[in-house]
Design a binder for this molecule. Structure first.
Ligand SMILES: [Zn+2]
Length: 235
């Protein structure tokens, strides 16, 4: 493995891990905002008897929807990679010489002299041509391949963790305390996810946090408004 490859692999690995953390934070954010908005809407509509049921239903539905969405998106990404892999196998079987030159070109474009590039490509082709093409031509690395079930479970869990935070507010003693607890718990949760997501993105924590707080606050305001309209019209 060349130094450049070592560097590229590490970089890839780190960004992949940050990607996972980012996905978890986004899932938690979704859980926070959608559960809080739903519950605030129910409170505003004067349907407090349904608050806990609505919270459980909202968290379950959101977690399932996140899981299905994540599963489908990771599966289709893997399908694309599998198709590329099969195509590459066909190319290697049909035109090994052309593929060797293709690999040589890739190494030349990365800074090797044509002679050295050919030598490296030949030596790669002797060992495992498919692995070399998948890695250096298509950028596929077996250890960073996303697993659809794992991604689905992770996003369902992160949504649930986010959703449980405003849900806890439903257990406050009075209607007013329920509403305030939901709002305050949600803002605390949004501040936490804002800080974590700013850290992973290397962005300013204040800006990111303000953005999620404004977004979450808007969500709750809108459903509160809709709930009040429902209440006023006697639905
Ligand atoms: Zn190739």
């Amino acid at each position: 493995m060349t130094l450049e490859e070592v560097f590229k692999r590490n970089l890839h690995h780190r960004s992949q891990r940050a990607g996972w953390l980012r996905a978890a934070v986004l899932g938690a954010n979704d859980g926070l905002v959608s559960t809080a908005s739903l519950m605030i809407g129910v409170v505003a509509a004067g349907k407090n008897g349904f608050l806990i049921t609505a919270g459980i239903a909202g968290i379950t539905a959101g977690a399932m929807s996140m899981a299905v969405g994540e599963y489908v998106s990771v599966r289709s990404q893997n399908d694309v990679e599998d198709t590329d892999r099969k195509l590459e196998m066909e190319h290697l079987a049909a035109d090994p010489e052309g593929e060797l030159l293709e690999l040589q070109d890739i190494y030349i474009s990365r800074g090797l002299t044509p002679e050295l590039a050919l030598e490296v490509a030949q030596s790669m082709h002797r060992k495992d041509p498919l692995a070399a093409h998948l890695r250096d031509e298509l950028g596929q690395h077996p250890h960073t391949k996303a697993r659809p079930v794992q991604a689905a479970v992770a996003s369902a869990i992160s949504f649930t963790i986010g959703g449980v935070i405003p849900f806890a507010g439903a257990f406050a003693p009075t209607i007013g305390a329920k509403a305030w607890s939901i709002v305050i718990f949600t803002f605390v949760g949004l501040i936490l996810t804002g800080i974590v997501s700013a850290r992973t993105a290397g962005a300013k924590a204040l800006n990111t946090t303000l953005r999620v707080i404004i977004g979450g606050g808007l969500g709750m305001l809108i459903t509160a408004g809709i709930g009040q309209i429902a209440r006023a019209s006697g639905i």
